[in-house]
Write a protein that binds this ligand. Structure first.
Ligand code: NAD
Ligand code: KPL
Length: 303
């Protein structure tokens, strides 16, 4: 059975090249005829990892190809994921599996609701990759991929293919708790790096602001039934800031490069969830407003 990877950006290419290297059948689905033509001219994806470079001639196709899709890795940004799946929906096998790599929360649930016949597996990834040119991915940071089904359920048998491909993974019996925890970390850290124009480590100068945000985020997690994900949140935020002190957050990099952010699925999702529960989170709302204003001033989408 072939994997189909929808979106050959940074993470999609990282997964596709590792599967291909292990001899596991994989196809990439590109968004336009132009991009397919560019790929066919290049003839392969390039993976750079620990100073080594490898070339991977992975079969590529457009969303409107006709072969059925049994296992789909959705590697688009959160704001593109649902529309991208819609384009190939007629090809989804009745019992297909969709792995959703998106950061934050909101997009995964919309997809799971829209395609109830598919088994959706949510993924929380702490691996790091970036594109260096359109057909070249650089594996920049080792990490973990937590996979899980939102309603629990057994681990799929094909996890051994990830072992063979050297893709680190763990099956999580509570993937929503993992996604909420990561969302809370991202909400505490990423917007402040944008607004203070700084690396993660410099946020240690804004301890009081971090502390107030963590307090509201912890209350929100508790109100959402995610009390375990709220435990020691502030301590974990400080640990991540210290461990990634020299880095710029992903949102900082998006803004610096003039790219749309995933704000709707991070701070936006946090604020909407609080509102729907009637929970007052004035600091999160104020941060959301300031961040949107900052994006507007930089000519970027505010959603
Ligand atoms: P990316 O922008 O590099 O790649 C997304 C790709 O999807 C692009 O190539 C884009 O052209 C493609 N795409 C969009 N719409 C499409 C369509 N309709 N059909 C086919 N392709 C389409 O993004 P990324 O950095 O790989 O991130 C993907 C997701 O993974 C995001 O939610 C991100 O937050 C998350 N994530 C990324 C990293 C990382 O290190 N890059 C780490 C953890 C989580
Ligand atoms: O995930 C991150 C990001 O930059 O998106 C960290 C490093 C945890 C900062 O929130």
């Amino acid at each position: 059975m072939s994997w189909h990877v929808l979106g050959a950006g940074a993470l999609g290419s990282l997964w596709a090249t590792r599967l291909h290297r292990a001899g596991i059948p994989v196809r990439i689905i590109l968004r336009s005829a132009q991009r397919l033509a560019d790929y066919q001219r290049a003839g392969r994806l390039t993976l750079s990892e620990a100073g080594r470079t490898s070339l991977h001639a992975i079969p590529a196709e457009l969303p409107d190809a006709t072969t059925p899709i049994q296992r789909l890795l959705v590697a688009c940004k959160a704001y593109d994921a649902e529309a991208a799946i819609t384009q190939l929906a007629p090809r989804l096998a009745p019992d297909c599996e969709m792995l959703l790599l998106q950061n934050g929360l909101g997009s995964q649930q919309s997809i799971a609701d829209r395609w109830p016949q598919a088994r959706c597996i949510f993924v929380s990834s702490t691996e790091g990759a970036y594109r260096d040119g359109s057909m070249h991915v650089v594996f920049a940071g080792h990490g973990q991929n937590w996979l899980g089904a939102p309603d629990g359920g057994e681990a799929p048998v094909w996890l051994d293919e990830l072992d063979r491909a050297g893709i680190p993974h763990s099956w999580s019996s509570d993937i929503l708790a993992r996604l909420w925890r990561k969302l809370a970390l991202n909400c505490a850290i990423n917007p402040l790096t944008v607004l203070h124009d700084c690396r993660n480590g410099e946020l240690l100068h804004y301890r009081e602001q971090l502390s107030e945000l963590c307090e509201e985020l912890s209350e929100l997690l508790g109100a959402c039934g995610q009390a375990a994900a709220a435990e020691e949140l502030e301590r974990d935020v400080l640990r991540v800031i210290e461990a990634t002190a020299a880095n710029y957050s992903s949102m900082y990099q998006d803004v610096r490069l003039g790219r749309r952010t995933e704000i709707t699925y991070l701070l936006g999702h946090a604020c909407r969830s609080a509102d729907s529960l009637g929970l007052a989170v004035p600091r999160l709302h104020a941060l959301h407003r300031r961040l949107r204003e900052h994006l507007r001033q930089h000519g970027l989408p505010t959603d």
